[in-house]
Ligand binder design. Structure first.
Ligand SMILES: [Zn+2]
Length: 115
């Protein structure tokens, strides 16, 4: 039995999408699986959008990703507008868990007094 036999395994794996040709190289199995999941999710979202929505989200993402602090300020602005009743009563801001009152279908009125 030789002690010079190569170790089994791999040092990197290449993911290539059959739909769009995107290519990603991962050095761990976890990163490889994450790359596949993320890319599949991106296709799922993209497939649901019409051409106008695709242009819109692409423009928004380019703006936000070029200035992450802008995204935080926009979310803070949206929260302030919602608190003043100027925002829509749509979905809560991303990354937040809806409160019990927001999760119910019953309408609610929030009155905020600033002193
Ligand atoms: Zn793809």
């Amino acid at each position: 039995m030789s002690t010079n036999a190569p170790e089994c395994g791999w040092d990197q794996a290449v993911f290539r999408c059959g739909r769009c040709g995107a290519q990603n190289t991962a050095t761990t199995e976890a990163d490889y699986l994450k790359a596949i999941d993320t890319h599949s999710d991106a296709h799922a979202v993209w497939d649901r959008l019409n051409p106008i929505e695709r242009d819109g989200i692409t423009s928004i993402l380019r703006t936000i990703l070029s200035a992450p602090e802008l995204a935080l300020e926009l979310l803070a602005l949206a929260d302030r507008q919602s608190a003043r009743g100027q925002g829509r009563q749509a979905a809560p801001p991303t990354g937040r868990t809806p409160t019990a009152t927001q999760a119910t279908a019953a309408p609610s009125i929030t009155i905020r007094l600033d002193f």
